[in-house]
Every structure is written in C-alpha cells, then in structure tokens.
Design a protein around this ligand. Structure first.
Ligand code: GUN
Length: 286
C-alpha cells in the first residue's frame, strides 16, 4: 500500500484563492488593501528566501507588502522604534519580524512589543494565552496551516491519538494545543522522551517537527497513520523533511511531502492572518 499524498501546495492555493476573493471585494469597494510589514534584520539566506516567498504571496493576492531590510548591526533600540512606528501606522495591519534575530537582540523584547492585534505570527504572549484559552486571537501560521491541511484532506480529528514530535514555541507547543482543541488525545515527545517508537507506533496522527533529517522511519509508524512533516533540513542531497518519505509512505495512510507540504500552508496562513488583522477580530471569531 502507498500513502495518499496530502498536497500542501494545492491546499494552500485553494486557501489563497478564497483570500483573494475577499481582498478583491475590499479593494473593488474602494477601500485600501490589507497591508503586511515584514522586517528582516541581516542577510540570513534562509530568511531571505522566506521573505521573498511572503512578498510574492502578497502580490499574488493583492495584499500590500512593505519590507524593512535592516543591517545585521541594527541595535535593539532601533528595531523597537521601528516596531513602535509600525504599531502606530494605521495603514499597516500585520507586522512580522523574521526570526532568528542577531544574537545581540533579545527576541522576546521585540515580539512582546508588537501590538497583539497586528501580530500575524501569533507569537505575542497575549496571542499565546488566547490560543491556550481557545479564545479569539491570531494563531501561529505553521500550526494553523497544519490544522487546515488535516481538515481539508478530510481527516476526522475528534478522539484521535496525536503524537507531536518537538516542543518549540513556534510549532510543537501551539500545534499540540490546536489539536487538543479539536478533541484529539495529544502526546508531545522531545529529545528526552524514552521509548519513543512505542509511543509513535500507537499514534493515529504524527506531526514531525524536530529538525532532524529523515528521523521518522517506517518502524515508528502505525499502518494507515497520517504523517505530517514540518521539517526543512538542508542536506547534501537537497532539502529533506523530518520523515523518511520513501520508507514511511509504504506504511502510512496519508503523508505530506517536503517540499510542497506544510511550507506553502504556512505562507497561506500568514495571508489569512493579515486579512483577519485587517478585518479586526470578531468576538467569536478564530
Ligand atoms: N523563522 C522561521 N519560521 C518563522 C516564522 O514562522 N515566523 C517568523 N517571524 N520567523 C520565522
């Protein structure tokens, strides 16, 4: 048996088409388009690729993209001042400060300075708290993209055993929280977890977000399980995920590839969050 492919690229395109329809309605009514400010400090090559992809997605959907490219030596004070200016700019709806930041800048200082209503990354403690409380807020893009992919590929989530590999603030913890709110039974595993294979081989759904190339192998996966690969590992043989795709696809029921899986969904959810920030948060909205 070979797993069905969960096509993140196609799903992201579907979502972007829906967003574009809304943006077109806004602008054809004479209003200004939603606007996203992206701040990049320094010239990290991977970050430059992400920022380019974000710009392209904005342009394709009619969302205004404003970029602030700062020197690697920029002080924390200067960056704080830029964030203040963007917070106060009524023509900016979303603010994204690309991570990682240079070592001399304390990331939490910057992330906590972004207005939570413009925090399209969902990293501000207010949005983290709202996620945990399952109340209105901006959700982190990769976890929200994973959830959307699962739902749009027709997965029933309620009551399912999910294993999340990785406990980062950006992916592991928020993904586990979102899936808990879908009534999954969630286990978070990490580098100190014992008897990992025993745990993963009982899972209905595995989310791999540990940053180790091809770490998840066929023996770790229950036949028919859903496997979502969040890894982006640059290796001698090119970019590979955290899942041994060729081996695991023989036992899994569904699998998302790298590239073309979670990556495009993350960008689509950023566009979704920018539109949501533009519209303002409704009392009951998610
Ligand atoms: N660097 C890697 N992933 C992310 C992300 O989701 N948001 C930001 N701001 N920086 C990142």
């Amino acid at each position: 048996m070979s797993a069905k492919i969960i096509d993140g690229k196609a799903t992201a395109q579907e979502l972007k088409n829906e967003i574009k329809i809304e943006v077109d309605k806004i602008t054809s009514g004479g209003s200004r388009p939603p606007a996203l400010a992206v701040v990049l400090v320094g010239k990290d090559p991977a970050s430059q690729i992400y920022v380019n992809n974000k710009r392209k997605a904005c342009h394709a959907l009619g969302i205004k993209s404003v970029e602030h490219l700062l020197d690697a030596a920029t002080s924390e004070k200067n960056l704080m001042e830029l964030v203040t200016a963007l917070n106060n700019d009524n023509d900016i709806d979303g603010i994204l400060v690309q991570l990682p930041l240079p070592k001399h800048i304390h990331e939490p200082h910057i992330l906590e300075h972004i207005n939570p209503l413009k925090d399209v990354d969902g990293f501000h403690p207010v949005n983290v708290g709202r996620l945990v409380a399952n109340s209105t807020g901006l959700r982190p893009c990769t976890p929200a993209g994973i959830l959307e992919m699962l739902k749009r590929s027709g997965q029933e989530l309620s009551g399912k055993k999910v294993v999340v590999l990785g406990r980062s603030n950006i992916v592991g913890k928020p993904t586990a929280t979102l899936l808990l709110h879908e009534s999954c039974t969630v286990t978070i595993c990490h580098s100190k977890t014992r008897h990992l294979n025993d745990i993963t081989s009982r899972a209905d759904i595995i989310i791999a977000a540990i940053g180790k190339p091809e770490f998840v192998t066929a023996e770790m996966v229950k036949p028919g399980a859903v496997v979502i690969d969040v890894g982006v590992n640059r290796t001698a043989k090119g970019v590979v995920g955290d899942v041994d795709f060729e081996g695991v696809k023989k036992v899994a029921g569904f699998i998302s590839p790298v590239p073309g899986g979670v990556g495009p969904m993350t960008i689509a959810m950023l566009m979704y969050n920018t539109l949501k920030a533009y519209k303002g948060l409704s009392p009951s909205g998610h």
